[in-house]
Design a protein around this ligand. Structure first.
Ligand code: PLP
Length: 336
């Protein structure tokens, strides 16, 4: 490898910011096999344990038998199949929206939708902790981008005032998330809706970590707070709680049938701060049989490295308790 990259890699390693792929040798579930060892999996966004659900496996297999594995062309050319139309009709009905548009992934939804909503004469106000896909979508749109501190309503308001002064004909799009992916906290939706109405701004809300977890039948934060008409665009992904990549309708049917729990979110961060200490804690947990990822810069800010524990409805209570005990032991050791 050329010297410039070798040096760069060395620097990344020196700061404990190097990343490695880990081969999982089993199907996805609450227990996975990594490096020949069975680990209890607290690293997944499969919050409802649907990724391996027999009903979804069967629906996916049936769809492949009927439609094959490729659409042949982009959707505008010849790739819109009746399965896509059915999915979108079902999503719109389930979410209570006028229409729904599906993309190949949540990332594609963000980079597809945001540039369609605003252009170079417009303004985007984006929460500092928004997912990379929203930042990329915002950049691609060529709109003027301003970041507000996480959930900071005062700063958001002053940016709205600034935007209206700067250009009274510009569209202003506020972008935020229902549940933030690395902290597990929520956006103050009621207050943001109030602000967007006062300033005639638009609101795009990413429900990626709320779908399947909060709201009636897991329909997300918009449904929980009853703001469907006020939120202009609701984004989401089928690849977290809904357990698939791409889309099959069966998972929505399943959510409509069952979802008794009402958690705040399924994401519990243990913020340690130091990158090396966080890696060491993740390794200690792995030695004790738990798979909990160490999240570091640039996914989160420098010096706010953390272990990100995600819980699933498929976990046994005993698994949660043993993880809690292991974290306590490791935290005590660290303090000594
Ligand atoms: C995961 C995620 C996405 C992207 O979804 P994919 O289907 O994985 O591409 C978008 N927004 C947020 C907040 C996410 O966590």
């Amino acid at each position: 490898m050329s010297d410039i990259y070798a040096r760069q890699l060395e620097a990344v390693r020196a700061h404990s910011l190097d990343r490695h792929l880990r081969e999982v040798r089993s199907s996805h579930g609450t227990v996975v096999e990594i490096d020949g060892k069975q680990l209890i999996n607290f690293a997944s966004n499969d919050y409802l344990g649907l990724a391996n659900d027999p009903r979804l496996r069967e629906a996916a297999t049936k769809a492949i038998a009927e439609f094959g594995v490729g659409a042949g062309a982009s959707r505008l050319i010849s790739g819109t199949h009746s399965s896509h139309v059915r999915l979108e009709t079902a999503l719109a009905k389930w979410k209570g929206t006028e229409v729904a548009l599906s993309f190949g992934s949540g990332y594609a939804a963000a980079v597809g939708a945001i540039p369609a909503l605003v252009g170079k004469n417009d303004i985007i106000l984006l929460d500092k902790l928004c997912h990379a896909s929203l930042i990329d979508g915002a950049r691609l749109s060529a709109a003027t981008l301003r970041i507000f501190p996480h959930n900071h309503l005062g700063k958001l308001k002053s940016l709205l005032e600034w935007g209206c002064r700067k250009n009274s004909t510009a569209r202003i799009l506020i972008i935020t998330e229902s549940v933030f992916s690395m902290d597990g906290d929520r956006a103050p939706l009621r207050e943001i809706v109030e602000l967007k109405k006062n300033f005639r701004a638009q609101l795009l809300l990413d429900e990626a970590h709320a779908i399947g977890v909060i709201g009636p039948n897991g329909r997300g934060l918009v449904a929980e707070e009853n703001f469907s008409p006020e939120v202009d665009v609701q984004m989401g992904t089928l690849s977290k709680a809904l357990g698939v990549s791409g889309g099959y309708m069966r998972n929505i049917d399943i959510l409509a049938e069952e979802l008794p729990v009402r958690p705040v979110s399924a994401i519990v961060p243990w913020i340690i701060g130091d990158e090396q200490a966080t890696l060491a804690a993740a390794r200690s947990l792995q030695d004790e049989g738990f798979f909990v990822p160490a999240i570091r810069y640039p996914t989160v800010a420098k010096g706010s490295a953390r272990l990100r524990v995600t819980v699933s409805a498929a976990h046994e209570e005993a698994e949660l308790r043993s993880l809690g005990a292991a974290i306590k032991r490791i935290a005590k050791k660290k303090l000594r």
